[in-house]
Design a protein around this ligand. Structure first.
Ligand code: PEP
Length: 254
């Protein structure tokens, strides 16, 4: 089973339009010719349109960090998947732990967003992960199972053929603490097992599961060596083009 790696950068609430353009100018030449893996950048909404133009003709996909579940309507401050599709976005991060824990997103809302994203042929990256308290209470696998079962309830294999899952332990996001490759592999293998039970083995075998949580150039190789880790969702270390390019280019000859 050979799954194509995906290395995705989540800029969160960072970078103006000029900063976005300067980043892409530097980054695109650092990753030019990297064709054996997918690369994605998710700038803030205000930079998406400019980024889309700047990424034209490159090997870098454009992602959004969130979206609403409706096409349009009286939802002040929100952005719909229809709008994202219209400006050339390919991936949408759904249910990031900051959305769950700071903005109160529930599994039910996350499921609605996945449905909306799929309607526009956008690729959802469903983020799941346990808090430190949940891990210390021995609840990690139960939390992951619930997030998967609730977030993906009622979909068919055909609906979810593009789905990407990101395992992001909340205690490792932005903290400098990375899950060990063993901890990450245990969670990834469990996620794949649950998805095989929910859908089928072929679906689970083909699905890409990314690890997220303080990924850096120094730890990416050890994580990517594990059989069920198919890529990375990178926050802080994606903000500098040279650092993120090193992560993207893991395992390639210097
Ligand atoms: C993230 O935002 O998804 C993330 C993993 O952040 P960081 O790499 O900074 O921990």
């Amino acid at each position: 089973m050979k799954r194509r790696p995906l290395i995705a950068g989540n800029w969160k609430m960072h970078k103006t339009v000029p900063e976005t353009l300067a980043y892409i100018e530097a980054f695109k030449s650092l990753v030019a010719g990297v064709e054996d893996r997918d690369i994605m950048l998710a700038p803030p909404f205000t930079s998406l349109d400019a980024a889309e133009r700047a990424l034209e003709g490159t090997n870098i996909y454009l992602g959004a960090q969130n979206c609403h579940w409706a096409d349009e309507g009286a939802f002040t401050g929100e952005i719909s998947p229809k709008m994202l599709a219209d400006i050339g976005v390919t991936y949408v991060i759904i249910g990031h732990s900051e959305r769950r824990h700071i903005f109160g997103e529930t599994d039910k809302v996350i499921r609605q967003k996945i449905e909306a994203v799929l309607k526009y042929d956008l690729i959802p990256i469903l983020c799941i992960g346990e808090t430190l308290e949940e891990r210390e209470a021995g609840k990690t696998l139960k939390v992951l199972e619930t997030q998967l079962k609730e977030g993906l309830k009622g979909f068919s294999v055909a609906d979810l053929k593009s789905l990407v899952v990101a395992y992001e332990p909340v205690w490792a996001i932005g903290t400098g603490k990375t899950a060990t490759p063993e901890q990450a592999e245990e969670a990834h293998a469990f996620v794949r097992k649950i998805l095989a039970e929910m859908f089928n083995q072929e679906f689970a075998d083909n699905l890409r599961i990314l690890y997220g949580g303080s990924v850096k150039p120094e730890n990416v190789v050890g994580l990517m060596a594990r059989p069920d880790i198919d890529g990375a969702l990178v926050g802080g270390a994606s903000l500098k083009p040279d650092v993120f390019a090193k992560i993207v280019c893991f395992g390639r000859m210097e």
